[in-house]
Design a protein around this ligand. Structure first.
Ligand code: PMP
Length: 285
């Protein structure tokens, strides 16, 4: 039985009830986070909460809590739910109004909902054990505030479905200049001539916590060179390696894009080096 958190209470999932007038339901008016945990230990907790607070501030939801209170909710959910590897989903919506009106209501208590769900075991830095990804591509038709981790995910859902319905694991998106933005639920990278290249942080992509940790780990603990710059789709199709990152995937090697192999169609050596470093240092965050 799954125990969830809703507005201060822990209760069985089927007993958790939210008003149909909640602006999260009516407008997708909210912010969320997914924090991974392995063997009970949260990974990247502080940067996840920092992004959560920044998102709340960007959309003007008043829900200030100490970092320790968020940690308590995450740890309670890990304790109350079975599973070695759990993702903690935190969702804060602007709250339940009495009417449907676009303007932000004042002084509405935010709705805070959280649950734990099983995630795959942490990636193993071993080419023979890694899950490989085959992806499709499509034009990024989402809004221009993709840096906000909004619960309004219809654009991402439709883009993910584009690949999924064709038998792919993900969809890599490109803007109308034919530049890669990100995946429908992950950040994206190419490797060319030993260099890791990923689009810069701007309004077109989510500032992924895995991205932040990976780039920080590579710069602190390796001599692998990273460039944050525009990546064209031509470069994507001619890359030696392509990777995706997210909290539940860690670093995912892409071996096929739109039916063509990436590089030699096998997992690359830089993936192995990067995932080895990530596995060794992720617990520092
Ligand atoms: N971009 C998008 C659109 C995402 O939904 C996610 C998370 N699933 C990411 C990037 C990766 O973010 P993180 O590393 O914080 O999980």
């Amino acid at each position: 039985m799954s125990i969830v958190y809703l507005n201060g209470e822990y209760l069985p999932m089927q007993e958790a009830k939210i008003s149909p007038m909640d602006r999260g339901f009516l407008f997708g008016d909210g912010i969320y986070e997914v924090i991974p945990s392995y063997d009970g230990k949260l990974v990247g907790f502080a940067p996840h909460i920092q992004r959560l607070n920044e998102g709340l501030q960007l959309i003007g939801i008043n829900c200030s809590r100490e970092q320790q209170e968020w940690r308590e909710i995450c740890e309670q959910l890990i304790e109350k739910n079975d599973g070695l590897n759990l993702g903690i989903y935190l969702h804060i919506s602007r709250g339940a109004d009495t009417k449907r009106f676009h303007a932000y209501p004042e002084d509405l208590p935010a709705t805070v909902y959280a649950f734990a769900f099983e995630i795959p075991a942490a990636s193993i830095a071993d080419k023979s054990k890694a899950k490989t990804y085959k992806v499709s591509t499509t034009e990024d038709l989402r809004w221009q505030r993709c840096n906000i981790k909004s619960t309004a995910l219809l654009g991402n859902v439709m883009h993910f479905q584009h690949g999924f319905s064709r038998g792919y694991n993900e969809t890599i998106l490109f803007n109308n200049n034919n530049e890669m933005t990100e995946g429908s639920a992950c950040n994206a990278y190419i490797v060319k001539n030993g260099m890791v290249i990923t689009p810069p942080l701007d309004n077109q992509i989510l500032p992924g916590i895995t991205r932040f940790m990976l780039l920080d780990i590579l710069s602190r603990h390796s001599s692998i060179k990273v460039e944050e710059r525009i990546v064209t789709m031509d470069e994507v199709f001619n890359a030696d390696e392509v990777w995706l990152t997210s909290s539940s995937k860690e670093i995912a090697p892409v071996v096929e894009i739109d039916g063509s192999p990436v590089g030699n169609g096998k997992i690359g050596d830089l993936w192995l080096a990067a995932q080895t470093l990530y596995s060794a240092h992720k617990a520092d965050y």
